[in-house]
Design a protein around this ligand. Structure first.
Ligand SMILES: [Zn+2]
Length: 91
């Protein structure tokens, strides 16, 4: 019988024992029930979240955004800024 890892939620005290082969390696894990959200990454980085990375826990991994993701972020920010400006004009 293999030894189990204990995965702990980053937002609360909930833990989950799992066999190592059932755990994908991520920077942090959360249970979803406590409402934990990963911190905002620094400019130029993004956080990838995978559901069920470790049993019922989500896994979060921060990494530097590739050029394609950087371009998508710039387009999203431009859309957000245009919408906020438009909302400001309506009020
Ligand atoms: Zn939790």
């Amino acid at each position: 019988m293999s030894e189990k890892l204990t995965i702990k939620c980053a937002g609360c005290d909930k833990t989950q024992p799992l066999r190592p082969r059932k755990v994908e390696r991520y920077g942090g894990y959360s249970c979803r029930a406590c409402g934990f959200t990963a911190p905002t990454p620094p400019d130029g980085s993004v956080i990838y979240t995978v559901v069920h990375a470790a049993g019922g826990f989500r896994g979060d991994r921060m990494q530097v955004a590739d050029p394609e993701t950087q371009a998508a972020l710039q387009r999203a920010r431009a859309l957000r800024d245009a919408a906020l400006k438009r909302l400001g004009e309506l009020n």
